[in-house]
Design a protein around this ligand. Structure first.
Ligand code: PMP
Ligand code: GLN
Length: 380
């Protein structure tokens, strides 16, 4: 067989989790919680199963869940998506992103990807026959930011889609109002679409706001917003999320979705719809993770790691130049093998080879896990 993705191997998350497990390292690499979800959520899903809600739901998702999603977006961001024609439940954001790209990108279209970028974007663009055009984020001791002048310069008559991600994996940066306005300036008067990956929408810290692209009246009509219940409700293994997009985009999205997965796990949809009646779990999420972020950052202050800001997500990036001159991949392996703490090299999120001397830790862990990792890192 001739590979359609000749440059793709096994994802860095799988590689580092396997190494962490082999070496008995504390796994702060792959992003997932090491604590369980709320038992009330499991009860709600179990109840749906026990009451016979076990056959195919409607193709676009259970109406109760789509209504709950639309209601939440209306309350938080003031944008009214129509639950029937503008919200689709997906098998996690990975499927939502692939399907958004497959329906929007034609062979030969250019897609602007801001690096570092989550690893599923580029293979999806290539499967669609699209051409990724890379723009690198600027990094300084103030953290990462998007150089919008370079994004603007990357736009051509072939640009079909711009990919954005806020809060951003792996950097922990967030788009601010000025960023969103800069993006709106770039696409105004064009037919460029936007894919906004907002899976960490409920993890924004220090009282800052999540600037969902649906808040911007010029961007909402051209944007696929992707999110994931896996992140919000500590259930990354359930693989469920949603895409919110205007009716014309959603109609095309569903043409692909119905032959991609057709539809998504019924009882999980009913369970989440019931659970969403209480906004507390996502309203309280920033405080929950901010405390973990601060515990982890405080511990790292005793080391030679230099902390970059973490305004959102459950990731903390650090510069290790004072500790080692190894490449990011080698340093991550060394840290896992010799120190017993797994991290992810940020270089894995670049297509253009790039070494910044920065690795990513995940702090979605029990306090005791974070303390154990900090004990091991204390010698550095
Ligand atoms: N986008 C980003 C930025 C992510 O970090 C992740 C999860 N690691 C995803 C998409 C995929 O989400 P899901 O697990 O719901 O497919
Ligand atoms: N999104 C998670 C991360 O960035 C990993 C998900 C995966 O393993 N594909 O660590």
């Amino acid at each position: 067989i001739v590979s359609k993705l000749p440059r793709v191997g096994t994802t860095i998350f799988t590689v580092m989790s396997a190494l962490a497990s082999e070496k008995g390292a504390v796994n702060l690499g792959q992003g997932f919680p090491d604590f369980d979800c709320d038992p009330a959520l499991v009860d709600a899903v179990t109840h749906a199963m026990k009451t016979g809600l076990n056959q195919y739901p409607p193709m676009a998702g259970v109406p109760l869940l789509r209504e709950a999603i639309a209601q939440k977006i209306r309350t938080l961001h003031g944008h009214a998506y129509d639950a029937l024609s503008e919200i689709t439940v997906t098998a996690g954001a990975t499927q939502g992103i692939l399907t958004s790209i497959l329906c929007a990108v034609h062979a030969g279209d250019e897609v602007i990807v801001i690096e570092p970028a989550y690893d599923c974007y580029v293979p999806a663009i290539e499967l669609a026959g699209g051409i990724p055009v890379f723009v690198q984020m600027t990094v300084s001791s103030d953290g990462y930011s998007v150089p919008w002048d370079k994004v603007s310069a990357a736009v051509t008559s072939k640009t079909r889609l711009i990919m954005v991600n806020t809060p951003h994996n792996p950097t922990g940066s967030i788009l601010k109002k000025a960023d969103v306005n800069a993006l709106a300036d770039i696409v105004r008067g064009t037919d460029i679409l936007i894919l906004s990956d907002e899976v960490y929408e409920h993890m924004v810290y220090d009282g800052q706001a999540h600037e969902s692209l649906c808040r911007h009246p010029e961007l909402a009509p051209r944007t696929f917003i992707n999110s994931s219940f896996g992140k919000t409700y500590h259930v990354t293994g359930w693989k469920i999320g949603f895409v919110a997009a205007p009716a014309a985009l959603t109609a095309e999205f569903r043409k692909v979705h119905q032959f991609n997965v057709f539809t998504v796990n019924t009882p999980v949809q009913y369970g989440i719809a019931e659970y969403m009646k209480n906004p507390a779990p996502y309203v309280e999420l920033p405080a929950f993770y901010q405390r973990k972020r601060d515990l982890f950052r405080d511990g790292l202050k005793n080391t030679r790691f230099k902390l970059l800001p973490s305004d959102g997500t459950y990731f903390q990036c650090v510069e290790y130049g004072a500790i080692s001159d190894l490449s990011e991949a080698e340093f991550s392996k060394w840290l896992t093998t010799e120190i017993g703490v797994a991290a992810i090299p940020v270089s894995a999120f670049y297509n253009t080879p790039k070494e910044s001397g920065i690795v990513r830790f995940c702090f979605a862990k029990k306090d005791e896990t974070l303390r154990l990792a900090l004990d091991r890192l204390a010698s550095l």
